[in-house]
Design a protein around this ligand. Sequence first.
Ligand SMILES: [Zn+2]
Length: 244
Amino acid sequence: MRPVSKFKPGDTIEIEGCTEQIKEEYDPYRDARKPLIENLGRYCSYCETNLPLYAHNEVEHIVPKKRHPESETKWENFLVGCNACNNNGAKAEKSIIADPEYIGAHLPHLNNTFLSFKYEEGGFVKVNDDLPEESKKHAKRLFNLVKLGAYGSTATPADNRWKNRMEAWNLANRHLNKTSDVDTIVDLAKGYGYWSVWFTVFKEYPEVRKELIERFPGTAQECFDPENGYEPIHRNPDNASDPV
Ligand SMILES: [Zn+2]
C-alpha cells in the first residue's frame, strides 16, 4: 500500500489554476474531494485502484462517520477511498478508534504501509511476515479493516480488487520482460493504478521506482531510500515497538 503525505490545514495548493488553503473542516465533507485528489491522486488510498472520473464518493472517512459524527467534516479524517474498501471492508460497521481489534491499525498517511504488506505473484497480497511482532499486529489490523486479502471465492461479487490487482501484476510483468522505457511504464501504472504492484515488480529498476514515487501525487518520499534502490525504510524510527 503506497504510503502518502497528506497536506495539513493551512497548506496552500493549486486547484484548477486557483490557489486555495487546506481547511480544518469541510462541510459538506464532499467539498474536500478536489483538494484530496490534488493531494493524493485519483487512487484509493487502501487498494490503490485508479478511481473512475465519474466516481462521486471518493472522500473516505478513516473513522466511520456513522459511528463518529464529530469526525465527519474534519480534514484529518479524510483519505481517498473506493467503494470496495469502504463498503466491503469491516470499516462500514466497525470503529477503528473504539474496537480493540482495530486500534493502532497502520494507515497510509502515518505508517510506511509499503512495508506493512507484501505483493506477490498474481497480485496476491499478504501481511509482511518479516515485521517486528507489534508492527505485524498493526499491519494485520489494516489488512482486516479493508479486507485487503479478499481473493477469488472469498471476495464478494462486487469486489473486483483482486482481479484488477492480478491484471496489473500481469501487465507490469509484460513490460518488465519487454524492457519498455520508463515513461511508458509509469504512464501505464498511472492509468491503471495499483502502485505497490508496479513498485514490487520493478524492484530491480531504481530509475522506474524513482519515477513511480515522484509522479504519483502525495507519495511519502521519506519512506524510501534512494541510496538503496528505493527500498522501503521505517517511517517512525523513534517508535520502538512499531517503527513502521
Ligand atoms: Zn479501494
